[in-house]
Design a protein around this ligand. Structure first.
Ligand code: HEM
Length: 395
């Protein structure tokens, strides 16, 4: 989508709703989602990949619409995920003949071979449901005013009709984009964390030692512990760096002629940020293929001298507006899981740990290829959270 008019207003709203200060208001929702994730992992550890996705869905639906999802098989999550599956298929380059013969988009959908037309009509319906179904069920959740309720005020000075939309339509779009923008990316980062823990047991042990020392065995981690958990913070950064979910970010187009370090960039050029290369630069991150949170630490604290992993979120004015939300979400998820579970490779027929390779899918969105791992409770706390003996509310 070009940066201008309507999109500039969307981005302005995003920046107000998800900036570094505002996101702090969403902490209770994230704590709650992390506790439910512990519960689901305890009950069905083998379904960890499904739980990660479900957990992201539950936190974003509660932050954006105030909706509390069902513990399993929630209808809102199903509606939204169904729509995203369609979008994913439609955006996959080369998936349809129309990618190679653009004129096919003018062919009526009943013509044999016009599969894209038929599917596109279905996806459009799903996308409308994704925007409408949660929107029609916005609820104020205790002290939390959902993002959807704040939008009408935020957009009150925008004449949406300039963009061929009404104010409601803009708000509905912004809410749906929050889910879509964060879904695969945040889920991918948590997935990479699971993969790393199954491959690097010594990293996991260090992180758990820190949690035991700082948080102790009788309670769950909170956001107030964050500053006292530098190893966990470093581990989250390393999860973003090691296998970035958007290795080539999102393509940008230059609007005017420009110059960068002596290179002339004509207007209309497509520019691709090589995030993978930036985050695997051996000068900035020695031995870059190794998952090593220590690289971000010096004397037991985060080392400000190490290049930050912000590049994972893009750059310039299009930089990801969900980055602070995502940092918070990753921290509380990682801390809660490592405090309650051990993640390890599955055993082979002779009870030896199977070797797991860090294999990633190709494509613009890169997730770990499916892998198995064992997720076992490491303390009574996991059981207490799962049985509801430990509050799922923030303490
Ligand atoms: C690990 C988590 C995430 C990663 C790695 C990530 C990464 C990115 C990247 C690389 C871009 C493109 C930036 C550019 O064009 O330079 C982007 C854009 C965007 N992200 Fe994220 N993102 C994450 C989480 C989120 C979340 C949680 C949200 C919503 C709450 C979100 C909403 C968006 C939106 C709306 C855009 C489009 C911005 C624009 O085009 O101006 N993202 N993200």
């Amino acid at each position: 989508m070009p940066y201008g008019g309507r999109w500039r207003e969307y981005k302005r709203a995003f920046n107000q709703l998800f900036n570094q200060t505002t996101v702090r208001e969403y902490r209770p929702q994230l704590v709650k989602a992390a506790r439910y994730l512990v519960k689901r992992l305890y009950n069905k550890p083998q379904d960890f990949a499904h739980h990660i996705r479900y957990s992201f869905g539950s936190s974003i639906l509660s932050v954006v619409y105030g909706i509390q999802v069902a513990e399993e098989d929630d209808n809102y999550i199903a509606t939204v995920e169904h729509a995203l599956e369609g979008a994913e298929q439609g955006f996959r380059p080369g998936a349809f003949l129309v990618d190679f013969i653009p004129a096919l988009k003018y062919v009526p959908e009943w013509v044999p071979g016009a599969e894209f037309q038929r599917k596109a009509a279905g996806w459009k319906k799903d996308a409308e449901a994704m925007k409408d179904v949660p929107w029609q069920n916005i609820v104020k959740d205790g002290d939390h005013t959902p993002v959807a309720m704040k939008l009408s005020e935020l957009l009150s000075n925008v004449d949406a009709s300039d963009f061929g939309e009404d104010g409601d339509e803009m708000s509905r779009n912004i809410c749906a984009i929050a889910y879509a923008g964060g879904a695969d990316t945040t889920v991918g980062a948590v997935h990479c964390f699971f993969l790393a823990m199954a491959i690097y047991p010594e990293v996991q042990r260090r992180a758990q030692q820190e949690l035991t020392t700082v948080v102790g065995p009788n309670r769950m981690p909170e956001f107030s512990d964050w500053d006292s958990l530098p190893y966990i913070s470093a581990l989250c950064k390393e999860s973003m760096r090691w296998q970035p979910t958007l290795p080539l970010s999102v393509a940008h187009r230059s609007l005017e002629d420009d110059e960068y370090r002596g290179y002339f960039i004509p207007a209309g050029s497509i520019l691709i940020q090589n995030t993978w290369a930036i985050l695997h630069d051996p000068e900035k991150y020695p031995d870059p293929e190794r998952f090593n949170p220590e690289r971000f630490l010096k004397d037991g604290r985060l080392d400000p001298g190490v290049k930050d992993v912000r590049a994972a979120f893009g750059a310039g004015r299009r930089i990801c507006p969900g980055r602070y939300f995502s940092d918070m979400s990753l921290f509380i998820t990682v801390a809660s899981i490592l405090h309650t579970f051990d993640i390890s490779p599955p055993l082979d027929s002779e009870s030896r740990p199977r070797k797991i390779e860090p294999a990633m899918g190709s494509g613009s969105m890169s997730h770990p290829l499916p892998f198995e791992c064992s997720v076992k409770p490491r303390s009574k706390l996991a059981e207490a959270v799962a049985l509801g003996d430990y509050s799922t509310e923030q303490r």
